[in-house]
Write a protein that binds this ligand. Structure first.
Ligand code: FAD
Length: 284
């Protein structure tokens, strides 16, 4: 009889500790985009990640609870009812400056509603901020024949980072929907990538968005493609239908996800990911 094979249990994954930083600079990039630079001693705790779409989860607590940052979510879960827990908002890390010990995050200012957008619009140097992460796993593939990038304002940071990471020989197109010309920002892209801005008008709505239609109308190119398309959920679903059903793009060649959903705060949007309405790929 052979000796019993020892069962190796995997060590439990250590969650990354929450990071506490502060706003060290603010800058209005465009009519609806605010850049916050985050820094301070908390940068030492931040564990960076090799992905152009890396994202963090900012945490917002009800000030009336008097909780001190950084929030220990595990511990708070034991003492607070679910409705009192800090809520999370997801943001791309646009850039990391290891020398300066700072992160850059670009926030869409989308009106009075919500937590993160209004917070960023008012943020001042010295304001504390706590977050978890980063997550994210996209990097542009230098081997593909062409790239298709598409997104609304919320995806500008991730698209900008992807464009900067591409080799100079990369070719393709980036189609970005914003409210108007005052929302366009300079992007550094390889010469062979056409950057095309679309103007929907001030307010996003299922009727005003133009992005999916513009992608569908864009002449399709020959050869292998890598797709990076993110933004409002229904728009991303329209793109998924076109890319997989009409163009036959392999799922592995597409990074496609909703960054937000029209009429939903992030809690509702995240919760719906387990329901058919929240799924970009129906079988997922
Ligand atoms: C991986 C990932 C990366 C992201 N990166 C960024 C980023 O770098 N910059 C960025 O600005 N956003 C980014 N987002 C989107 C951001 O998380 C959402 O827009 C989030 O809902 C904003 O939180 P809020 O508190 O301002 O609004 P919420 O409280 O979540 O929502 C309030 C209302 O505002 C609407 N709303 C939310 N976002 C928008 C929007 N962009 N435009 C118009 N209406 C909106 C909602 O539909 C809702 O009706 C990212 C999302 C993901 C999943």
């Amino acid at each position: 009889m052979s000796a019993p094979v020892p069962v190796r249990s995997r060590p439990p994954r250590q969650p990354k500790p929450p990071v506490l930083m502060e706003v060290v600079a603010t800058e209005r990039l465009s009519a609806h985009l605010v850049r916050l630079t985050l820094g301070g001693p908390g940068f030492e705790v931040y564990q960076d990640r090799d992905a152009t779409d890396k994202y963090i989860k900012l945490m917002f607590a009800d000030p009336a609870l008097g909780l001190s940052m950084p929030y220990d979510m595990e511990q708070l879960r034991e003492t607070l009812p679910p409705e009192k827990m800090p809520v999370r908002r997801t943001y791309t890390v646009r850039a990391v400056d290891q020398e300066a010990g700072t992160l850059t995050v670009d926030f869409v200012v989308h009106g009075e509603q919500g937590l993160a957008g209004p917070w960023a619009a008012q943020a001042q140097v010295g304001d504390p901020v706590t977050f978890g992460g980063p997550g994210g796993m996209f990097n542009p593939d230098p081997e593909v024949d062409w790239h298709l990038l598409a997104g609304d304002e919320s995806a500008i940071p991730a698209i900008a980072s992807a464009l900067e990471a591409m080799p100079g020989s990369a070719s393709g197109i980036a189609i970005i929907e914003v409210a108007g010309p005052e929302d366009e920002i300079p992007l550094s892209a390889p010469e062979g990538i056409e950057v095309r801005w679309l103007h929907r008008g001030d307010i996003f709505s299922p009727e005003s968005t133009k992005l999916a239609h513009a992608v569908i109308e864009t002449p399709w190119r020959e050869g292998s493609v890598q797709v990076f398309a993110h933004g409002e959920r229904e728009m991303v679903k329209d793109l998924r239908r076109y890319l997989s059903d009409v163009r036959g793009v392999d799922r592995k060649s597409m990074s496609l996800s909703a960054y937000w959903a029209y009429g939903r705060a992030e809690e509702a949007f995240q919760a719906e990911k387990s329901e058919p309405i929240g799924q970009i790929f129906p079988e997922a």
